[in-house]
Design a protein around this ligand. Structure first.
Ligand code: DON
Length: 308
């Protein structure tokens, strides 16, 4: 498939339309280490499935990918355990904040989906049960999937979050009480905090997520990461649940499966066409990158390139 769209030109058009005063978000400070990031950063990288690259701004600077990494832990859990995982976590949008405890109480410890914190913690519990060295094995999987050996955890970010992760401790305790956490809670949360601390550049993110644009095979490394059916399902969960209580808004305005993180990163997939990553640290009230959402909305509006 030959790409005929000049994404580079479009990135310049979109970003020159932005005014400084338009970026009304605030950076995440509830994890102290994230509060140190320069809020003015803006990186965009788009990789097509035939390996053409379009970059803008700080696209080769590493940042904390946070919840974006939850797609990769889900992929590994699915690869190892298959459909069994859906007995312990759902595939429905939560319509509530990423760290909310409310539904968990009346839904008996089964999180709505694997991308809210509770669901991602259950996925970490599953990985702790099946992997010999969970942190090391997860990192190896991510390095192999992306073809990038330098991808790593940030000790500073993980330990910073561990010190103030009160809600995550509450979530894991509640689920342990309901019998949906099988391992020691500190071991499970250790994996969760390190998962969220992974650092990548926008360019690396597109390489890591390329398999979702290409039926489960990374077209750059030719490696089969997951079956086409599972790649379809992961994209579906991203579309429905990737932006927490703003998932509907993202699908409505952007029209692509995507996943955000409180580090200000967003990855979006156009199956059969491309993977794009945007990084802008200021977040809107729902914890999603304010400018990142705007960039992606403008991109799919200008190119008419969404899944719909
Ligand atoms: O558990 C937390 O609060 C963070 N490590 C992850 C939050 C996150 O990125 C959710 N995002 N939008």
């Amino acid at each position: 498939m030959i790409n005929t769209i000049d994404y580079q030109k479009i990135f310049f058009e979109i970003t020159s339309d932005f005014k400084e005063t338009d970026d009304i978000g605030t950076i995440a400070t509830y994890i102290p280490e994230l509060g140190k990031v320069n809020p003015k950063k803006l990186g965009i990288h788009l990789t097509t499935i035939d390996n053409q690259h379009y970059a803008f701004g700080d696209s080769e600077e590493s940042f904390s990918i946070q919840s974006v990494a939850k797609v990769l832990s889900l992929t590994l859990a699915l690869k190892i355990m298959g459909g069994e995982i859906w007995k312990r976590v759902g595939v429905e949008p939560s319509g509530s904040a990423f760290n909310s405890l409310v539904q968990l109480e009346y839904e008996k410890g089964i999180p709505r989906n694997p991308f809210i914190n509770a669901g991602a913690i259950v996925i970490c519990d599953i990985l702790v049960s099946c992997l010999d060295k969970p942190k090391q094995d997860l990192l190896t999987f991510i390095r192999e999937t992306s073809g990038i050996d330098s991808v790593n955890y940030s000790y500073q970010v993980a330990e910073s979050e561990k010190k103030c992760g009160y809600r995550n401790y509450a979530l894991v305790n509640l689920m342990k009480d309901f019998g949906n956490i099988h391992n020691d809670i500190d071991i499970v949360l250790d994996l969760y905090f390190y998962l969220c601390s992974i650092e990548m550049t926008c360019k690396q993110l597109t390489q890591s997520f390329m398999f979702l644009a290409s039926g489960g095979v990374n077209p750059i490394t030719n490696q089969s990461v997951i079956s086409p059916t599972r790649a379809k399902r992961i994209n579906s969960v991203m579309l429905m649940c990737g932006f927490y209580d703003e998932a509907g808004d993202f699908a409505f305005k952007v029209g692509l499966p995507g996943k955000s993180g409180v580090g200000g990163g967003i990855v979006a997939i156009h199956p059969g066409k491309f993977c794009i990553a945007v990084w802008s640290p200021k977040l809107n009230a729902n914890g999603n990158s304010y400018k990142g959402m705007k960039v992606l909305e403008a991109l799919t509006s200008k190119t008419q390139c969404s899944i719909f």
